[in-house]
Design a protein around this ligand. Structure first.
Ligand code: AKG
Ligand code: FE2
Length: 281
């Protein structure tokens, strides 16, 4: 069955597949918002009448989720015994979720159809103003599903990548709000006192977003501290992640594939200059 992406993406509201003033206006607003807030949400990017199909697709692949648990600070770095216990570098939290690797989304996948849709990547690239922007060639990681349940969560952190592109598919019964404090650090100033204040509960400049199924979020998380509030209830939270990279043909390292997806493919080994016969699962 051929998927017509325009039946899913609300191209009446978001005419990203047609050059012209409407697309230009949309992009100009998006760029302003990203510049100011580091975050832009396109509400109802996927038509509400079609969300049930995305939930079905997610339910179908959820069994393939690879669970990740770790204890981490906001920077994903090692503990620093030389610093006071209150220092942000020493504040460790449980982080857990599951990722469904990209190769479980078959030919009939709506998420993959959106990722492959010729109008999609150029729109995201223009919104971000990135000069170098290519689809991720990693067969485990280009389009993935992030699955989190009660007891799982994303505590306060800065991302190690410059931006993320996500599509909300299903919320948990409660919790799962996306909270962020924009521009809390800069490339030249870690602003540890400011980070510590947020970790200690200062919500004065924290923005809380309740994303609904179908909302597309572009988020620049390297300098904006963010978290997902704890989840509750039996329904899992589903978020799709679309990935792009700065070099054509890139794939992730074998270590990262194993850590995030629990599997390593021959392409990860050969690209890392390793022999395939060293591949053991
Ligand atoms: O699931 C989300 O909404 C965001 C999770 C997050 O911040 C991350 O994976 O870095
Ligand atoms: Fe993040």
């Amino acid at each position: 069955m051929e998927i017509t992406v325009r039946d899913y993406v609300d191209t009446d509201r978001y005419p990203i597949d047609r050059d012209g003033t409407a697309r230009d206006v949309l992009l100009a607003a998006l760029r302003d918002t990203l510049e100011r807030d580091g975050c832009a949400v396109q509400k109802g990017f996927v038509r509400s009448a079609r969300i049930a199909e995305l939930v079905q697709e997610s339910d179908r692949v959820a069994v393939h989720g690879h669970r990740n648990f770790n204890r981490t600070n906001a920077y994903f770095t090692q503990d620093r015994a030389d610093l006071p216990a209150t220092h942000p570098l020493r504040r460790f939290y449980d982080r857990s979720n599951a990722f469904v690797p990209a190769d479980h989304f078959g030919a009939t996948s709506i998420l993959r159809a959106i990722y492959n849709w010729p109008a999609f990547a150029p729109f995201i690239q223009a919104a971000l103003g990135e000069e170098r922007f290519f689809p991720y060639a990693d067969p485990l990681a280009d389009v993935i599903l992030n699955l989190a349940e009660a007891g799982n969560g994303f505590p306060w952190h800065f991302d190690t990548n410059n931006y993320t592109v996500t599509l909300a598919i299903q919320n948990a019964e409660s919790g799962g709000e996306f909270e962020y404090r924009a521009h809390l650090r800069t490339p030249t100033d870690e602003n540890y006192p400011g980070v510590q204040a947020v970790l200690d509960g200062d919500t004065s400049r924290v923005v809380t977003l309740r994303l609904e199924p179908g909302d597309l979020q572009i988020f620049k998380g390297r300098y904006s501290l963010h978290r997902v509030t704890p989840l509750a209830g039996s329904r899992p939270r589903y978020v799709a992640i679309f990935s792009y990279v700065e070099e054509p043909g890139l794939v992730g390292s074998p270590e990262r594939a194993r850590q995030l997806y629990g599997r390593v493919l021959p392409i990860h080994m050969t690209r890392a200059g390793l022999r395939n016969d060293a591949l053991v699962d």
